[in-house]
Write a protein that binds this ligand. Structure first.
Ligand SMILES: Cc1ncc(COP(=O)(O)O)c(C=O)c1O
Length: 481
């Protein structure tokens, strides 16, 4: 291994552009490191300002952010009220830890507020910083409960293929997308994956949604039986899968899945990191699909990204076991320096005030319906579009090489990333979802009819241009009718 690295001067670099400094110093997540370092991916995009649903960079480029950054800036950018709340808290009491019974007023008020919004039965919140660490906490709680209950073998966690629950070692193991596993020897630990409820790609096209939901639940049941119910602690799932393809559950899925879990005494961890706080047109997706979580994970829309904050919300049934555990193990030996950060709580309170005052949950419901309707009207008949699907203010257009036979594109063509790049060049940020060719939509909850019209039109024009290029390159041919 070559251990030499360029000598660094103790002074900041002069006559070096910010772009070049970034390339030389910043280790970017989810980036092809070699291509980026060599400039093959172009310059880093240095985002310098943001207002409402729009962001801009230092070079004068402007985009509509059709993905709310990473499904999180739900109240939009540039909210002075949140900045003021952050400032006031930072000046008053920026930080003290929450261990051994210490607390702060914003944390207490936020916890009470979120529990009043949450599905019935939720009892306590353990605060962390992001979805990934909140899932580490959830898994440790599930294991702890099994130990307290005298069931030390009951430790396996079942997740789903295509799931996304984060990228730390455990949350990354729970995630079910192979490219997040391959180079890191994941999944590690007692993690199993069952099938994703991906109705479009069902083997038997004759299957109804209700039949498919029964099939998914039966597969889960079978996996638990094969593993042994006495070894399975919990099942974790997003109510609507996000990164894995924006997959709303097939009709009847959630009641059937919960029947299976109850039958086998398996806890349900519901990942509401994306869906919580209004994205689906309700405070939580669990309320839409009749889900009764034992534990629920929240983050993103809780602070709209103005400060990192996540919560592991714990139901009363689990809480009673945890309390019992203190008699056996003493203090609950888990926590982080920045657990229950008062700045995050103050930001979350201001963010929830905005969501409430501006009726953003109802707006997400109405604009979500409008976005999905406009996308269906624009794309459903397109020869390259297999499916347009969505729920609330989440939507996905999935592209295929042959919609009649449901044939995927050769992944080497990178059709999804190309389409997203074309949208970006046309002033619109969307996300190409992995393992397939999909454009994901998750705009801020403040979008208006005019914003939705502009998003759909920019996307339509970009896709039309890129499809022409694919045809010219011989990569795709429209079907002959
Ligand atoms: C559904 C879901 N759960 C968990 C996470 C992980 O959150 P974080 O990236 O904050 O660790 C994400 C991130 O996108 C997510 O989409």
């Amino acid at each position: 291994m070559d251990t030499s690295s360029p000598a660094r001067s103790p002074e900041p670099r002069r006559n070096v552009s910010l772009e070049e400094m970034d390339r030389q110093s910043v280790f970017h997540p989810n980036t092809n490191l070699r291509q980026f370092a060599h400039g093959d991916l172009g310059d880093p995009v240095i985002v310098s300002h943001a207002e409402g649903i729009r962001i801009g960079d230092q070079k004068g480029n402007r985009w509509i952010d059709g993905f709310a950054a990473l499904w999180c800036v739900n109240v939009g950018y540039g909210r002075r009220e949140i900045a003021d709340a952050l400032h006031a808290q930072a000046v008053g009491m920026a930080y003290y830890h929450a261990h051994a019974g210490h607390s702060s007023e914003p944390v207490i008020r936020l916890t009470d507020r979120v529990l009043r919004m949450a599905p019935p039965g939720m009892s306590k919140i353990f605060w962390g910083l992001q979805g990934s660490d909140a899932h580490e906490t959830q898994v440790k709680i599930a294991w702890y409960c099994s130990n307290v209950r005298g069931k030390p073998a009951k430790k396996k966690i079942i997740a789903r293929q295509r799931a996304y629950h984060g990228l730390t070692i455990m949350s990354g193991s729970l995630s079910g997308l192979p490219h997040f596993h391959r180079a890191f020897d994941l999944p590690l630990g007692p993690v199993r994956h069952t099938m994703a409820p991906y109705f479009y790609w069902r083997d038997d096209r004759e299957m109804s949604e209700a039949d498919y939901a029964r099939h998914c639940a039966a597969e889960l049941d079978r996996l638990i039986e094969v593993e042994g119910p006495e070894t399975v602690a919990a099942f974790i799932a997003e109510p609507v899968m996000g990164v894995g393809g924006i997959l709303p559950p097939p009709e009847g899925y959630w009641p059937l899945v919960q029947d299976v879990l109850r039958k086998h005494d398996v806890l349900l961890i519901v990942d509401e990191v994306v869906t919580g706080f209004g994205r689906l047109g309700a405070d939580f997706a669990s309320q839409i699909y009749g889900i009764q979580p034992d534990m629920m994970t929240i983050s993103k829309g809780l602070t709209s990204g103005y400060f990192p904050l996540a919560g592991s919300v714990i139901g009363e049934r689990v809480w009673r076991v945890l309390e019992q555990g203190s008699g056996i193990y003493g203090p609950f030996a888990h926590g982080f320096t920045y657990a229950a950060h008062p700045l995050g709580a103050a930001v979350a309170m201001a963010n929830l005030d905005i969501i409430e005052r501006e009726g953003l949950v109802a707006n997400a419901h109405a604009m979500g319906a409008y976005l999905n309707e406009r996308l269906r009207a624009t794309f459903a008949g397109h020869d390259m579009v297999g499916e347009v699907r969505g729920a609330g203010l989440l939507a996905c257009v999935e592209f295929v090489a042959d919609k009649r036979t449901r044939k995927r594109f050769d992944p080497a063509l990178k059709v999804g990333p190309r389409l997203a790049a074309a949208c970006r060049a046309n002033g619109l940020i969307l996300r190409p979802l992995p393992d397939g060719d999909m454009l994901g939509f998750s705009p801020p909850l403040i979008v208006t009819h005019a914003d939705v019209d502009e998003i759909v039109e920019r996307c339509r024009a970009a896709v039309a241009g890129e499809v022409d290029k694919l045809v010219r390159e011989g990569a795709w041919r429209p079907p002959l009718n």
